[in-house]
Design a protein around this ligand. Structure first.
Ligand SMILES: NC(=O)C1=CN([C@@H]2O[C@H](COP(=O)(O)OP(=O)(O)OC[C@H]3O[C@@H](n4cnc5c(N)ncnc54)[C@H](O)[C@@H]3O)[C@@H](O)[C@H]2O)[C@@H](O)CC1
Ligand SMILES: Nc1ncnc2c1ncn2[C@@H]1O[C@H](COP(=O)(O)OP(=O)(O)O)[C@@H](O)[C@H]1O
Length: 297
């Protein structure tokens, strides 16, 4: 694991050890169950993208416990999904939600996940709640979402910026610095999305941390819903490594970097030089994972 402040370029060789290949004795429960609380009346489709991507990354089961409309759409696309509460090894929350218009019921469901003590992937409309988690957390903001988060908490670093847009511009220009600031301030692993995605964990007592960068192989990835696909990939990786994450939350760094790597390569394979939609990226994940595993054979 990298212990310097400079970021390392994350590739297939770095990613392969963080893929969980099922063994002969595995069951759907031992492989990892991901609880998903995402989607809303405004954005029900995000839940479908999350769940499709999680299954395509490989895990035992998805329990979808978000709003009804999202649940109906998820079941129409992935009937193997279970919509009954029960044991899960990790949570994915917040995609397709809006922190401002979030319903009371949605907030109660989010808090139940965050208070479970299990590892949680926190995306989009639940980012404001990330710090209240009892378990290890990885957040997945884009530049403006991170700016909103830093601004709303009135951290010391914001004094130099007139508004959120100025801060977002600074984050886009210098993601390497801001991803580390955010990891330290929020004490969570941060995956900062962009053409180049950065992942950082909080610095330890000696100032060492994990910091990786993932270069997207295609700009066609900049299209609606691909962030929801990324959140699903990461949810699956965290669910299949939940025991390790609880022992050592630092492993959220390499897991998040691996998610971003698989996501970018899947997009490149799906695009093949032309436009793609978010579900194309999810559908390209199985062959991307097979090719990534070959990197360490
Ligand atoms: N089919 C669906 O259900 C979809 C749901 N989505 C959900 O929609 C919600 C809102 O998403 P957005 O944050 O994109 O909100 P908006 O599209 O409302 O954008 C909000 C602001 O953020 C800026 N912004 C958006 N992406 C940025 C980036 N990469 N870097 C810098 N600034 C950026 C925009 O310019 C805008 O000013 C989220 O909950 C998300 O998960 C989206 O993922 C799109 C697809
Ligand atoms: N110019 C770009 N080139 C390559 N990838 C990009 C580019 N812009 C954004 N991305 C990637 O596309 C995804 C967009 O996610 P996000 O902003 O959350 O969109 P959405 O909310 O629509 O899902 C992220 O994985 C991000 O890294």
């Amino acid at each position: 694991m990298d212990t310097s402040h400079a970021s390392v370029l994350w590739d297939a060789k770095s990613s392969a050890p963080f893929l969980a290949v099922p063994t002969k004795t595995d069951t759907k429960y031992s492989r990892g169950v991901l609880g998903v609380v995402t989607g809303s009346k405004l954005y029900p489709g995000a839940a479908v993208l999350n769940v499709e991507a999680a299954y395509r990354t490989g895990l035992g089961m998805v329990r979808f416990l978000g709003a009804r409309r999202g649940g109906d759409l998820v079941l129409a696309r992935r009937p193997e999904t279970v919509c009954v509460p029960g044991r899960v090894q990790a949570w994915l929350v917040g995609s397709g939600m809006d922190a401002v218009t979030r319903s009371h019921t949605a907030s109660v469901r989010l808090q139940a996940a965050l208070q479970s003590g299990m590892p949680v992937v926190v995306d989009a409309g639940a980012l404001d709640l990330a710090r209240s988690s009892r378990g290890p957390v990885v957040i997945t903001p884009h530049a403006r979402e991170l700016a909103m988060l830093i601004y709303s908490l009135k951290l010391a670093h914001v004094e130099a910026f007139a508004d959120v847009d100025q801060l977002a511009a600074s984050i886009s220009q210098d993601p390497e610095r801001w991803v580390e600031v955010a990891a330290d301030e929020f004490n969570v692993t941060v995956l900062l999305k962009g053409h180049v995605t950065h992942v950082a964990t909080p610095a330890d007592d000696r100032g060492a941390r994990f910091h990786a960068r993932i270069q997207s192989p295609t700009t066609w990835l900049a299209t609606a819903g691909t962030g929801d696909v990324l959140a699903g990939v990461l949810g699956a990786l965290v669910a299949t490594h939940a025991e390790q994450v609880l022992k050592d939350p630092e492993i959220l760094g390499p897991l998040a970097a691996t998610a971003a790597f698989l996501h970018g390569v899947a997009a490149g394979r799906a695009a093949n030089g032309g436009p793609i939609v978010a579900l194309d990226v999810a559908e390209a994940l199985p062959t991307t994972i097979a090719a990534t595993l070959v990197a360490i054979l």
